[in-house]
Design a protein around this ligand. Structure first.
Ligand code: AP5
Ligand code: MG
Length: 210
């Protein structure tokens, strides 16, 4: 069964999705990563969404769904959705899409984190672009030394500016938080505390996903 990882910007969705992928063999689909690779490729779609992401606004539901349909079709493994759905209409569209593909949604798990911790984490986040183009997060699983040793280049995400972080949090509270009620009503919602060591967060995730 597929799962959804929810949570504020910087809650640790990407970090934990990568760990769950290794631990449980899921396919990790991050809509943010998909959009960022479109921007990096210079495609028409990338040009359309670049400014939206940099500011911290959401890409339209229709566009997001059409991108996602393409990414999901043909996937055999169970999927971890990271950063999708972000609005109630996206949650409704996801239900329809999964049903049409004969897939089933298990749990929607929120990694909870207070806003003040989000701000600290995102203002200090660093990424590493490897010569292959792959982007790694600098953190407990990949250090600055690992980045240098593999010939990578350290950079900061454009939407990690102070203004964009504040705006992303506002958008999260206004547009994404209502999605939790949607999954509570469906009996699929669970939450774990994201303000702990990443190993403990993973442990809690594995427990609620049992
Ligand atoms: P997206 O890429 O999804 O960004 P986000 O939701 O803002 O979340 P982040 O990726 O910044 O954080 P994360 O939760 O993955 O945390 P991470 O593991 O990196 O989306 C970007 C943009 O794309 C959106 O703003 C929007 O414009 C657009 N978009 C995407 N999906 C969309 C959709 N469905 N609809 C419309 N628009 C969409 O961790 C953060 C930092 O904390 C790292 O430095 C990490 O090392 C550190 N860290 C992680 N865990 C811990 C821990 N336990 N303790 C200490 N540090 C930790
Ligand atoms: Mg992420």
């Amino acid at each position: 069964m597929d799962i959804i990882l929810m949570g504020a910007p910087g809650a640790g969705k990407g970090t934990q999705a990568a760990r769950l992928k290794t631990a449980l063999g899921y396919k990790h689909i991050s809509t943010g990563d998909v959009l960022r690779s479109e921007i990096a490729s210079g495609s028409e779609l990338g040009k359309k969404v670049g400014a939206i992401i940099q500011k911290g606004d959401l890409v339209s539901d229709e566009l997001m769904l059409s991108i996602l349909k393409e990414v999901v079709s043909g996937v055999q493994e169970p999927i971890i959705f990271d950063g999708f759905p972000r609005t109630v209409p996206q949650a409704e569209m996801l239900n329809t899409m999964l049903a049409s593909l004969g897939r089933e949604l298990g749990k929607a798990v929120e990694i909870s984190l207070p806003d003040e911790v989000v701000v600290v984490r995102l203002s200090s986040r660093k990424q590493c672009k490897l010569p292959s183009g792959e982007v790694k997060q600098i953190g407990p699983d990949f250090s600055l030394e690992d980045c240098a040793a593999q010939g990578g280049e350290v950079f900061t995400r454009k939407d990690d500016s102070a203004e964009s972080i504040a705006h992303r949090l506002q958008v999260y509270h206004q547009q994404t938080e209502p999605v939790t009620a949607f999954y509570k009503q469906a009996g699929k919602f669970v939450a774990v505390n994201g303000d702990q060591h990443p190993d403990q967060v993973l442990n809690d995730l594995l427990n609620v996903l049992k």
